[in-house]
Design a protein around this ligand. Structure first.
Ligand SMILES: NC(=O)c1ccc[n+]([C@@H]2O[C@H](COP(=O)([O-])OP(=O)(O)OC[C@H]3O[C@@H](n4cnc5c(N)ncnc54)[C@H](OP(=O)(O)O)[C@@H]3O)[C@@H](O)[C@H]2O)c1
Length: 324
């Protein structure tokens, strides 16, 4: 028996149950991993509260790193004892001491990337990679707006964007987060309560930004559209304040023939070749020192509910890991 978090119903953090589970031997194509560190993400909360419906009962957790302890029939390229990490939505079982997973979903960890770093960055770093290179391809000199700039995705995306030469305007909720976002490469950081549109227009000489990366969702959608330049790209990639309501396409016409995309990581790493390309870019950036993965909170796996409460009440900065 090993321990894992399970949910039997949708709801608040109280639905997380820390239980004994039977993991079993890996089937064909599968491996069994003993987790060393597990990444905490807002998406775990969307699955927990039913915003993203899943079959119940279920595990939770889409990001982790650990050691391979057994391999199934037909597994190629992964060995017992190897360190691996993953960012994967199905099946959800990252919040566990040990789990089975399809071997095609994991990436071997190179020297120089610790288990904790990997668990803190696989999902958030791959997200930063596709947001900045695929959803809108950031070019040197572009102004961009990035919400939750001191968060898990935020600190990685800020560093990545500034490395690409972008001029990043971060948005955060507190002075403390403002300082951290500035230290990680934002050129300006606004507080959520500021006149965001007015300040963005002022900073960009009245033009607006090339892209807004909005993970807040419902509360900020129109504010974000108002920050864009003509033909600007609205990348709506999260629901921290709730899901964006339906809107009329004419809202895009009125504001300068804008583009809107609502992407998810899984569409950018679904092919093994894309996953390997993204992971290679992320590992290079981290091993070269260009991007630092800032793990600022650690909780025992058994305290996953407390970790989720802190993430949801905006009390965390950078990445958070659960330790099995
Ligand atoms: N689409 C994708 O592929 C994808 C992949 C990964 C993550 N995401 C999204 O990216 C965002 C960041 O994820 P993360 O796991 O790294 O979390 P995080 O940024 O570490 O934490 C969420 C942050 O959102 C901000 N926020 C603004 N309004 C909020 C509200 N009403 N309630 C709670 N937080 C609020 C807070 O920062 P301030 O206090 O500074 O406002 C908070 O710290 C999430 O929205 C997530 O869903 C999307």
């Amino acid at each position: 028996m090993t321990k894992a978090i399970r949910i039997d119903e949708f709801g608040g953090p109280e639905v997380l149950r820390y239980r004994d589970v039977e993991v079993g031997a890996p089937g064909p194509g599968q491996i069994r991993i003993a987790h060393k560190a597990i990444g905490l993400n807002m998406i775990d909360i969307y699955f927990r509260n039913g915003l993203y419906p899943i079959g119940l009962p279920s595990g939770l957790g889409s990001e982790a790193a650990g050691v391979v302890v057994a391999i199934g029939e037909g597994v190629d390229g992964v060995e017992v004892g190897q360190r691996v990490a993953y960012a994967s939505p199905a099946p959800l079982d990252g919040y566990s001491e040990e789990r089975l997973i399809d071997s095609g979903l994991v990436i071997g960890l190179p020297y120089g990337i610790s288990n904790e770093t990997a668990a803190a960055m696989m999902l958030k770093g791959l997200t930063s990679w596709y947001l900045l290179t695929r959803s809108y391809r950031v070019e040197a000199g572009d102004w961009i707006v990035l919400y939750a700039a001191a968060g898990g995705v935020g600190l990685i995306a800020t560093q990545w964007a500034s490395r690409l030469g972008a001029r990043v305007i971060g948005i955060v909720s507190t002075e403390e987060k403002r300082t951290v976002a500035l230290e990680h490469g934002c050129e300006h950081v606004l507080l959520a309560g500021d006149d965001v549109v007015g300040r963005v227009r002022e900073l960009t000489g009245g033009k607006g930004v090339a892209a807004v990366y909005d993970s807040v969702g419902r509360e900020t959608f129109y504010q974000s559209l108002d920050c864009l330049r003509r033909h600007g790209v609205m990348v709506s990639f999260g629901n921290a304040s709730g899901a964006v309501e339906p809107f009329a396409p004419l809202e895009l016409t009125k504001r300068g023939s804008l583009y809107v995309t609502r992407p998810t990581l899984w569409d950018f790493v679904g092919e093994r070749s894309d996953l390997e390309r993204g992971a290679a870019a992320l590992f290079d950036a981290v091993r070269s020192g260009a991007i630092h993965i800032d793990v600022r909170q650690r909780y025992p796996l058994a305290d996953a509910a407390t970790a989720q409460i802190d993430l949801q009440r905006r009390a965390t900065v950078g990445s958070t890991v659960l330790v099995p």
